[in-house]
Design a binder for this molecule. Structure first.
Ligand code: CP
Length: 350
């Protein structure tokens, strides 16, 4: 059907989604564009059910039997704290055994093994591969390679270079929906994304998901050199999602319902030591707390550096610590869905 990886890689994302869904079921999670509203709503509901079950010994035992017969590989060769630990714990909640590689220097890649053979090798031992990689497109390539073997095990993108971080976007949606559950959810809300929008994969993936929500307005707030890339802006235009770009953070602070802060992604700089990475005009300080709306939430995918003053943490509208915990529940929901055990969880609530 396709003449090799290069041809496949270069086609439009929308034209290749079917390649990664087997019998219309999402088994390979590469792009945020794979998630529609029905799926997002279902994931949020399932995550709520899982967190409720996990509170009791009986519920936790029930969950831990669901995938006791499955094994996962965490191949994280770009630094990670939250995504790694939350996926690890998500696997544990469902009873899965987990293997890990956290750097190419400890795999046989140092002996010259190709990326393709490395991925095939993982699939020989496990039933799910979760990948964090510095190269854009690597996770997609892994799924492409496996789709042509006799063991096309599910693959989840845990962050691929500066491109996409779809499971982060899931937890961000879950956090937004939970935070706004008494005021109509995310529909109709104004969301500011602040900082390094050019290389921030979290804001890129989250922007894609906004097409699933009604009347959302985005405010892209960044220094000129870190403006959101044109591919995202074209996507938003195509789907008629209103957005504004500005470098004036103070004008946006009082009018939005959510402020999504990000750090300058210095690791992608070609001359990291020379690049300025402190942009005080794009920091959220405790003085700003009196200027935001009473229901406005402050989010951050973390890790943070200077973008949010530590004193802000005490304000109940600062939700980033809850946001990272939400990641564990929604990632558990995602894995449960991939292995088709979601009905066994929902049945506990009938
Ligand atoms: N938000 C996030 O991806 O954090 P880590 O890099 O620590 O996984």
């Amino acid at each position: 059907m396709y003449n090799g990886w290069e041809e496949f890689y270069n086609i439009e994302v929308g034209d290749k989604l079917d390649f990664f869904s087997r019998n219309k079921r999402l088994l390979v999670v590469i792009f945020a564009q794979q998630f529609d509203r029905k799926f997002l709503d279902f994931m949020c509901k399932l995550a709520n059910q899982i967190r409720t079950l996990a509170q009791t010994k009986m519920g936790a035992q029930k969950l831990s039997c669901l995938l006791y017969h499955k094994r996962a590989m965490l191949y994280f060769v770009q630094p990670s704290t939250r995504t790694f630990v939350s996926f690890l714990n998500a696997c544990h909640i469902l009873g899965m055994r987990v293997s890990e590689i956290r750097g190419t220097s400890t795999s046989s890649e140092v002996k010259g093994e190709s990326q393709e053979d490395t991925i095939r090798t993982f699939a020989s031992y496990v039933d799910l591969i979760i990948i964090r990689h510095p190269e854009e497109g690597f996770v997609e390539k892994a799924a492409w390679v496996l789709n042509q073997t006799e063991r096309p095990v599910p693959v989840i993108n845990g962050g691929s270079g500066p491109d996409q971080h779809p499971s982060q976007a899931l937890l961000d949606i879950y956090t937004l929906e939970r935070s706004f559950e008494n005021i109509g959810g995310l529909d109709g809300k104004k969301v500011a994304m602040v900082g390094d929008l050019k290389r921030g994969r979290t804001v890129r993936s989250l922007s894609y998901l906004m097409k699933n929500y009604k009347d959302v307005t985005l405010y892209f707030v960044s220094p000129d050199i870190f403006r959101m890339k044109d591919d995202i802006k074209s996507f938003l235009n195509k789907h008629k999602i209103e957005f504004y770009e500005t470098d004036d953070f103070t004008s946006v602070i009082p009018i939005v319902d959510a402020i999504y802060m990000t750090r300058i992604q210095k690791e992608y700089s070609t001359t990291p030591s020379k690049e300025v990475d402190v942009y005080p005009n794009f920091h959220f300080t405790k003085e700003h707390l009196s200027k935001i709306q009473s229901h406005c939430i402050i989010m951050h995918p973390l890790p943070r550096r200077y973008e949010i003053e530590v004193a802000v943490d005490k304000d109940p509208r600062a939700v980033y610590w809850r946001q990272e915990r939400n990641g564990m529940w929604i990632r558990t929901a995602l894995i449960a869905y991939i292995f088709g055990v979601e009905d066994e969880i929902s049945a506990e609530f009938n």
